[in-house]
Design a protein around this ligand. Sequence first.
Ligand SMILES: C[S@@+](CC[C@H](N)C(=O)[O-])C[C@H]1O[C@@H](n2cnc3c(N)ncnc32)[C@H](O)[C@@H]1O
Length: 484
Amino acid sequence: MDSLPIFFKLHGRRVILVGDSDAARAKLRLLLKTPAAILWLVADENAVKAARQDFSGLPALTILGRPLQSADLAHTALVYGATGVEADDRRIAALARAANVPVNIVDRPDLCDFTTPAIVDRSPLVVAIGTGGAAPVFGRRLRAMIEQLLPQGIGTLVARAGAFRGRLADLLPGQSARRRFWDRLFDTTNPQSLVGLDDDSFTHHLEKLAQDARTADKQGTTDGLVQLVGAGPGDPELLTLKAQRALQQADVILYDALVSPAILDLARRDADFHYVGKRQGDHGRGQEAIHDLMVRHVRAGRRVVRLKSGDPMVFGRAGEEINALRKHKIAVDLIPGITALSGCAATSEIPLTHRDHASAVTLVTGHVRAGSTLDWRALAGPDRTVAVYMGINTAQDISDALIADGVSPDLPLAIIENGTRPEERRLYGHLGDLAGLVARNQVKSPALIVIGTVALLAKDWPQNALSPGLGEAPIFSPAFSLVS
Ligand SMILES: C[S@@+](CC[C@H](N)C(=O)[O-])C[C@H]1O[C@@H](n2cnc3c(N)ncnc32)[C@H](O)[C@@H]1O
């Protein structure tokens, strides 16, 4: 590390900026965000007039039309030079150095005592990125990535939470309860929701969290937290920012069979990964064993992410896991994901509701428990869309049940296999041929069946899919279409 990154306090200090170039103005805009008193030296009185027009009504800013003088440098914290004239910039650097004032000459690393990093400003939270002048463009790219990761409201959250510290000490004298409070605050508060929240409501929110932390502390609830995270249908771009953050902070990740490897790649590399999945026919770890594993890791003080495909609350057994954690008094943080149906609807462009086709959508499992009775006719009646999860192995039973309940065998449908992944396939046909379509195309899990006339609106619905003998639509694979 050639330079030491530090944050320079500028309360009550003066910063001098010399020059009137675009670069100088960009520096001025940055400096105006600080509490420094700024002396801006421009070429002459004409330049002063123009500068005052552009930057009027700023009490911290003094604009003068003359060169830098040694006498200016007394009581000065920093000097920036951006005249764009080699001789002038050199003179500024020499004067500043003679007075022992750190100097930065824009775009002249050889004349600089310090550089200004790329900045992500969520004051009071500030992230500074430096490349030592080697790759400023990469620094700016990195800044854009960090900008995305840090929600806009995070600065407000940090500032307001900081102002609450004194009150918190009264509310929660115990250190462990306070630590619990801070963890819960940053784990579970969506900073975006705080934008526009008035001070009283925010204080109320913090008091409620403090109350919860005190109760949990009294009851001896464990400090650990399990985050139940939805991984979406497969495309890593469909992961929420919150899910991505959880994956990057996790110590332990328990993941299911359908979680795609591309998503696991986004997790903290040194996290402890446990595959706890079940594919059809393979019973994997029992549900009890998964509960035990979560409890054991949390008790050992680890941050546990339970990663499930799609949305944890849709055919994800989240209810059982939440219940088991509640029994052990372990807090759960739910992070929703994009369910397979939403992902498949997007890639196939099948609207799930449509004023001419469907005003209701039903999500149903094809993996029905013995003894359960579904009123298929009511599910798949006119004006309905039915999405069958886990229905590939029971395709024949599903179409038999629907047709026996009076649904037309001509009802259109779509099967989307590996939705949103590079290997996605979409098949189209009609209810009477559902099992045939699955068998002829050797459809494999994960696949979703979307039944209803909305399937006709798919972007690649083949016009002949309903004709007898042509129920099997051409296989469409985006992966192949890219190369053909
Ligand atoms: C145990 S359920 C989990 C559902 C998940 N929680 C969700 O919200 O998508 C598994 C079923 O979801 C469907 N599924 C999951 N990912 C899919 C994908 N990428 N494409 C199509 N179907 C998918 C399949 O029907 C699969 O058998």
